[in-house]
Design a protein around this ligand. Structure first.
Ligand code: NAP
Length: 259
């Protein structure tokens, strides 16, 4: 399936070396976009590029740390040189450490905030001139934890709630330039991050079973199901949508689990 006009368009996806980011890069490439695959590690980004090229798509891998302004600037410059600019920015790179609120170190706090919030801010700021020129769109990957959270995840949840506020703020500021900014809040999605969370609460299989009991649709989501929501919000079909949040959680946030 190709989107009309997508062939001339460029999507930059951060954290595209695995999980939701990789699925998003693959889906955009299948739809006809050229994909700029940004990840901390060159090898995982290169694997995503390889997968896209095997399917006949066009991709460029860039190793960059979204916490570092100079890395982000260089990455955006390289995409401009190779692909002529950025039409869609997907701020997906994210980390979490599973800790009680009183057990985080200051360094862990900063690492989470710098990746999940500062990273998205830096990418949006550096990509903005190009997005403005192209009438582009930003999609920020937040989380259901922005609304309600389990234990041991307070700092991560705080960054994801702040990312929704940043989404609204940027949507308002950038609207006059024709740049739309939206967010997707995934629930429990089958990636390495979910496996780490399950491990953190004492055993992967049991934790996943518990999780699935609490999801009205009865199963964890797949990365491509999140990617489909991102693609929609980035597309011209969502041309009148800005400042919005699309929750992709199988109903998780809609159910009160009272004893
Ligand atoms: P993942 O598989 O761990 O992918 C995250 C990617 O981000 C990794 O490739 C990682 O690279 C990269 N990354 C981390 N720090 C970076 C940095 N400083 N600069 C550039 N890249 C960096 O996790 P995921 O589950 O796909 O998560 C993707 C996004 O969805 C995150 O923002 C996460 O918070 C959000 N989310 C996930 C779920 C879920 O259930 N999976 C639910 C809600 C929200 P390395 O592997 O090389 O470190």
């Amino acid at each position: 399936m190709t989107e009309q006009g997508a062939k001339e368009r460029v999507a930059l996806i951060t954290g595209a070396g695995s999980g939701i980011g990789r699925s998003t890069a693959l889906l955009f490439a299948r739809t006809g976009y050229r994909a700029a695959v940004v990840d901390l590690r060159a090898d995982s980004g290169a694997r995503t590029v390889e997968l896209i090229e095997q399917e006949g798509g066009t991709a460029l891998g860039i190793a960059a740390d979204v916490r570092k302004s100079c890395d982000v600037r260089d990455a955006i410059d390289e995409v401009a040189r190779r692909f002529g600019g950025v039409d869609v920015l997907v701020n997906n790179a994210g980390i979490e450490y599973y800790r009680r609120a009183d057990e985080y170190t200051a360094e862990e706090f900063s690492a989470i905030v710098d990746t999940n919030l500062r990273g998205a801010f830096l990418c949006a700021q550096h990509a903005y001139p190009s997005l403005r020129e192209k009438g582009g769109a930003i999609v920020n990957i937040s989380s259901v934890q922005a609304y309600a959270n389990e234990s041991h995840i307070s700092v991560y949840a705080a960054t994801k709630a702040a990312l929704l506020a940043l989404t609204r703020g940027m949507a308002v500021d950038f609207a006059s330039d024709g740049v739309r900014v939206n967010a997707v809040c995934p629930g429990a999605i089958r990636t390495g991050m979910l496996a780490d969370v399950a491990e953190g609460v004492g055993g992967r299989q049991e934790a996943l079973r518990n999780l699935e009991r609490n999801i009205p649709l009865g199963r964890v989501g797949e990365p491509e199901q999140v990617a489909q929501a991102v693609l929609f919000l980035a597309s011209r079909n969502a041309g009148y949508i800005t400042g919005a949040t699309l929750i992709v959680d199988g109903g998780l946030l809609s159910r009160l689990s009272l004893p």
